[in-house]
Design a protein around this ligand. Structure first.
Ligand code: GUN
Length: 295
């Protein structure tokens, strides 16, 4: 079997075009575009690139964005105060705190300061809880992007064996919950899993988000499986690769996402979707409260 390579760039472009239309429609109807505030602490090089990409993507679809950069020496209280100001600002629809934060920071406190109604990253405990009960306000962007790719390819997960490799709060755990919500039978593997292959070989849908190049080799994959590679690893020679041996896995799988160009473009795209959704909710709520105040 030779896998169909899922073109994440293409799907992302279509979703972004739809976002652009929705932004234009909001501007026409309510006189303002959605707004996103991105908070970054310190100068982690990867975070700098991610934040730049997010700001550029916002610009491309017409979302106003604001970048708030703090030096690594800033106090946690000041960051929390800034977030409180953004929560109170009616033209800010989405607030995102780029992770990682400095080690001395309490991530729970900082993320908890974001109004759940503006938590477009989906990391606030309220949104995490929503995911558990199947009623999320903002699904976290990377797993949401994976679900969009599966939907776009017409891949049904109900009743299938889904295996998620990686149990991070950002990808692995929410990914497993989303697949379970769609009625897949889900297993989660992680760094302490013994004999990873005995799980992966049973997967009809295999999502890998471990951050280890060549973790998944062809013989570990069931023939005809759908394989979604969320890993992004920079090799010593500068090449960007995922967690799968692309050549080996593409001979076994029915679908496979490439790295780069698979899940990556979807993550930022779903941030745009969450921000537009937030603005639509906020603006229609504000408009209906004005109507009820005037009657
Ligand atoms: N750091 C790595 N990935 C992410 C992400 O999706 N959102 C935020 N806020 N920080 C990250």
């Amino acid at each position: 079997m030779t896998a169909k390579i899922i073109d994440g760039k293409n799907v992302a472009q279509a979703v972004r075009l739809d976002c652009k239309r929705r932004v234009e429609s909001l501007e026409k109807r309510y006189g303002r575009a959605p707004g996103l505030a991105v908070v970054m602490v310190g100068d982690n090089p990867a975070s700098t690139v991610y934040v730049r990409n997010k700001i550029r993507a916002c610009h491309d679809v017409g979302i106003r964005s604001e970048r708030i950069m703090f030096p690594a020496t800033v106090g946690e209280d000041e960051v929390v105060r800034t977030i409180a100001g953004l929560c109170a600002n009616p033209v800010v629809d989405g607030i995102l705190v780029q992770l990682p934060l400095p080690k001395s920071f309490s991530i729970e406190r900082v993320l908890g300061a974001i109004d759940a109604e503006k938590d477009v990253d989906g990391f606030h405990l309220y949104n995490v809880g929503g995911l558990v009960v199947g009623n999320t306000v903002f699904p976290p962007c990377t797993p949401y992007g994976v679900m969009k790719l599966l939907e776009h390819e017409g891949i049904e997960v109900a009743g299938k064996n889904a295996v998620v490799v990686g149990a991070s709060n950002i990808v692995g755990k929410p990914m497993a919950l989303m697949l379970m919500q769609r009625e897949a039978t889900v297993s989660i593997c992680h760094a302490r899993t013994t004999d990873l292959a005995q799980y992966t070989i049973l997967a009809d849908v295999l999502v890998v988000a471990a951050g280890h190049p060549n973790l998944i080799l062809g013989p570990m994959v069931k023939s005809g499986a759908v394989v979604i590679d969320v890993g992004i690893n920079r090799l010593a020679n500068g090449k960007l690769v995922g967690d799968c041996d692309f050549e080996g896995v593409s001979k076994r799988a029915s679908f496979l996402t490439p790295v780069p160009g698979g899940v990556g473009p979807m993550t930022v795209t779903m941030l745009l979707v969450n921000t537009v959704n937030s603005a639509e909710r906020a603006l229609s709520r504000a408009a209906s409260s004005m109507v009820s105040a005037s009657v």
